[in-house]
Design a binder for this molecule. Structure first.
Ligand SMILES: Cc1ncc(COP(=O)(O)O)c(C=O)c1O
Length: 377
């Protein structure tokens, strides 16, 4: 079977599995605020979906996004999820002969985009206490060459849950600026972080900041996000975007409603997902060989290190799937560190996490000795 069909059928099976416990994609499964659902109903009832939305996004949404992130001087392009902006930036800003620098582990799709554009990929290892589970500015500086065109920094880092300090962000922005490289600051998980800093404040002319509604607002299936940057940089992206006909009308209405209720709705989401992190950490502490190396996580997910447990992450994921639980194997995020960890989403109902914690000791025992391989979907 072709890889595409195999991958698609795998996700189609997951999507159509009733009662699947989704702990693998950092999605947000808490019920939406009624105002968000109402906004979608209203949009359908009005029939406005017969129209194309404005190409860079509804003006109200553009303003709300800039106000939420706190970059009122910047420009913004609403995209079909943050991923579309990442795709477009990679294809527009780098090509053959250029270097694309990022972390390992990190998020694999921009790596694939830059590679498809012909760039050479440089992945700097950050897993382990010796790296503090994040990119050290000195490590980045040492990797810079005159061919470095794009630096892709995920912060908070999917999958590790670590987040950069204000000083580190300032130093990284200064390195990117000195190199004349564009810095993509992927802030998809920013809302779950404590003390997150924006690189755009230090290097506004050369930083692209991504914004997602999939995680904090739980709109993953609606595909709406944004890329934010200096007017000239956004203008460059707006010249030939993949979707010049405007993002989904229904999704933009939901996003607008979400930003308006964020202050009253999101704090409880954050409280519950952090409490879920604590449940997982406590369960892990009772199982020999497992540890939680980054706690608390600044994302809506947490990693469990299995290096000392004598099992493969793929096997543990496979065993849990038999019990209708999906968690993510390290191999999705890194070839180099694939054997080290699994990742578990935490913006989910408490019963899901309790079920995982109940299954985990036996799943670990069963996974030992299983020689499974998950495809890195
Ligand atoms: C680091 C990172 N960036 C971007 C995305 C994609 O976000 P969106 O759903 O807004 O396209 C993800 C999704 O998991 C992600 O982990």
């Amino acid at each position: 079977m072709r890889q595409l069909d195999e991958r698609n059928q795998y996700f189609d099976r997951l999507f159509n599995t009733p009662d699947l416990i989704w702990l693998g994609q950092n999605t947000n499964h808490f019920p939406a605020h009624p105002a968000v659902v109402q906004a979608m109903h209203d949009s359908i009832a009005s029939g406005e979906y017969h129209l194309y939305a404005p190409p860079a996004g509804m003006e109200e949404l553009r303003q709300l996004i800039l106000a939420d992130i706190g970059l009122p001087e910047a420009s913004v392009l609403v995209t079909d999820g943050a991923i579309e902006g990442l795709y477009h930036a990679c294809h527009t800003l780098c090509g053959a002969g250029d270097q694309f620098v990022t972390t390992d582990p990190g998020w694999k799709w921009p790596v694939a985009f830059a590679a498809a554009a012909g760039a050479e990929i440089v992945e700097l290892p950050i897993y382990g206490p010796e790296h503090n589970y994040r990119l050290q500015p000195a490590q980045l500086e040492a990797a810079i060459t005159d061919r470095t065109r794009l630096i892709y920094l995920v912060d908070p880092i999917n999958p590790l849950g670590s987040c950069y300090s204000a000083g580190e962000i300032e130093a990284i922005a200064a390195i990117a600026k000195a190199a004349g490289a564009t810095l993509i600051h992927d802030c998809t998980y920013r809302h779950f972080a404590e003390g997150h800093s924006l690189a755009a404040r230090h290097y506004p002319e050369g930083t692209l900041t991504t914004y997602s509604f999939s995680k904090w607002l739980g709109l993953a299936g609606l595909r709406v996000g944004a890329v934010i940057g200096d007017g000239d940089l956004i203008e460059k992206l707006a010249a030939a975007p993949p979707n010049n006909l405007g993002s989904n009308v229904l999704s933009q209405r939901a996003a607008i409603a979400g930003l308006k209720i964020k202050d009253q709705w999101f704090p409880e989401v954050q409280r519950r997902q952090r409490a879920n992190q604590a449940l997982i950490r406590d369960a892990v502490q009772g199982i020999e060989g497992l540890t939680v190396p980054v706690y608390p996580s600044h994302g809506n997910f947490i990693i469990v290190d299995v290096t000392a447990a004598g099992l493969s992450p793929d096997a543990l994921c496979g065993v849990l799937r038999e019990d209708n639980v999906m968690i993510r194997q390290g191999g999705y995020h890194s070839k180099r560190f694939a054997e080290r960890f699994v990742k578990i989403s935490t913006s989910v109902p408490e019963e899901w996490v309790e079920r995982l914690c109940e299954l985990l000791p036996d799943a670990v025992a069963r996974a030992r000795g299983v020689n499974a391989e998950m495809r890195a979907f």
